[in-house]
Design a protein around this ligand. Structure first.
Ligand code: ZN
Length: 202
């Protein structure tokens, strides 16, 4: 089987994570993908370098303001006084399931778009997230061109990502991006999610 892989995830190395009130090192690390890559190579699957599909596939499933936020927030994170120089992490959550106006202040936008404490944004997060979404798009392209199956080796993961909210280590929803891309050719697309909270995000 063809395995689509992007090295762009390697710089995404999140550190900050809060679980049950305790600050922990994020366990969503580059080794997740490199371990899978080694296994694919060992079993002689053909590793294909990812293509660049532009902004359209991600824009088909995410809002424009969220994509702009995710692309620019690390650079803008120098705006608030005393902001961390390492990673962007929310400290308020104005969304909270209730209707609210879109925050004007960056700290409010961080809380609006980063849904929990497992999706810190670092210097290389945007590049990694877009690379993973390209892997998913590339796999969908191969299937539309006649491959029986293709494996998108995506990191960061994506299936918990919402239309305009990162969630649980996910930023761009790779699954939804592939499914929406397949809909260019197929009227109906099935998604099988083996995680315990099937459908969350996707
Ligand atoms: Zn999960």
């Amino acid at each position: 089987m063809k395995v689509i892989y992007s090295e762009s995830h390697l710089g995404h190395d999140p550190q900050f994570f809060v679980v049950r009130g305790q600050i922990r090192w994020s366990n969503e690390q580059p080794e997740h993908a490199t371990t899978l890559l080694k296994a694919a190579e060992r079993d002689r699957h053909a590793v294909v370098p990812v293509g660049d599909f532009g902004a359209a596939p991600r824009a088909a499933v995410h809002s424009a303001r969220y994509l702009h936020f995710l692309e620019t927030v690390f650079d803008r994170w120098s705006e608030p006084d005393d902001a961390s120089s390492d990673e962007v992490v929310p400290n308020i959550h104005p969304f909270s399931g209730e209707p609210c106006t879109y925050p004007e202040h960056l700290v409010g936008q961080v809380g609006f778009h980063l849904g929990d404490m497992a999706c810190a944004v670092g210097l290389a997060t945007w590049e990694a997230a877009t690379g993973a979404a390209y892997c998913a798009t590339h796999a969908a392209e191969l299937v539309m061109a006649g491959e029986r199956a293709a494996y998108a080796l995506c990191r960061p993961p994506g299936h918990h990502g919402y239309v305009e909210r990162a969630n649980s280590f996910c930023y761009l929803n790779n699954t939804a991006t592939a499914a929406q891309h397949l809909r260019r050719q197929h009227a109906r697309v099935a998604v099988l999610d083996i995680d315990v909270h099937h459908g969350n995000g996707t």
